[in-house]
Design a protein around this ligand. Structure first.
Ligand code: AP5
Length: 222
């Protein structure tokens, strides 16, 4: 199964991707995580992408498409892929469709996590991620067991540099003018699954699994 998660910043794409990749044995492909690693490693891609990310703008299509297609090429050994943060516009979606067609595969579902804009700022201002692997927490809704430490690997929790109120507002503007058009793109293909992203994290996971017709959730959480 090949899934795309579409959603505004703070809608829970990263949170759900971490759960679904384990439940469905999917290879994760998170554009933001790959870009942040490229920046941290000081690669040519990271150096080129950094100014766009610092402003909260989209990284140019040629850079991001090349990076994602290269990552997808490594997807052997999993049942499929879960894309978090890519595509973000129709040009990126077309490039993805073409690559999957070349591989004689297809995107099965584009899951849209629907969260009203008013709730997003609140979520993002409480978000902390772990330095080692990007595990996501929220001070109000999903706090770590030990303050300031990741439950999974114990590494320090930090706030992202683009989670300031001004940059969040700018990123949301881009989402609600440009990326939201992907819902029409995938609806026309009969692949859009709209999920209410305002429920608790478990409820959202269950709704996605129900929608894509998979059933490992009860077994996984007992
Ligand atoms: P990226 O890292 O993808 O960031 P983003 O799109 O801004 O998305 P977020 O990570 O902010 O939100 P999320 O939906 O993953 O929320 P999360 O699960 O953490 O991209 C960063 C930058 O890279 C972009 O700005 C751009 O410059 C560049 N880029 C990336 N992809 C690109 C592309 N395709 N093209 C061009 N440029 C690209 O959840 C948020 C918070 O809410 C957390 O604290 C979480 O605990 C909490 N939460 C989650 N679910 C729930 C729930 N159900 N109830 C209550 N709280 C919840």
């Amino acid at each position: 199964m090949n899934l795309i998660l579409i959603g505004a910043q703070g809608s829970g794409k990263g949170t759900q991707a971490q759960r679904l990749m384990e439940l469905l044995n999917l290879k994760p492909c998170a554009s933001g995580d790959l870009l942040r690693k490229a920046v941290a490693d000081g690669t040519p891609l990271g150096q080129a992408a950094r100014p766009y990310m610092d402003r909260g703008d989209l990284v140019p299509d040629d850079l991001i498409i090349a990076m994602i297609l290269e990552d997808i090429a490594k997807m052997n050994g999993s049942k499929g892929i879960i894309l978090d943060g890519f595509p973000r516009n129709v040009a990126q979606a077309r490039a993805l469709d073409e690559r999957f067609a070349e591989r004689r595969q297809a995107i099965d579902w584009a899951v849209y996590l629907d969260v009203p804009r008013a709730a997003l700022l609140d979520r993002l201002s409480g978000r902390y991620i772990c330095q080692a692997d990007g595990h996501v927490y929220n001070l109000k809704t999903n706090p770590p067991r030990v303050r300031g430490r990741c439950d999974v690997d114990g590494s320090p929790l930090v706030q992202r540099g683009d989670d300031t109120p001004e940059k969040i507002a700018h990123r949301l503007d881009i989402f609600f003018t440009e990326t939201i058009r992907l819902t029409d793109y995938y609806a026309v293909q009969g692949k859009l699954l709209r999920v209410d992203g305002m429920g608790a994290v478990d409820q959202v996971t269950r709704a996605i699994l129900d929608g894509v017709n998979a059933a490992p959730f009860d077994r996984a959480v007992g």
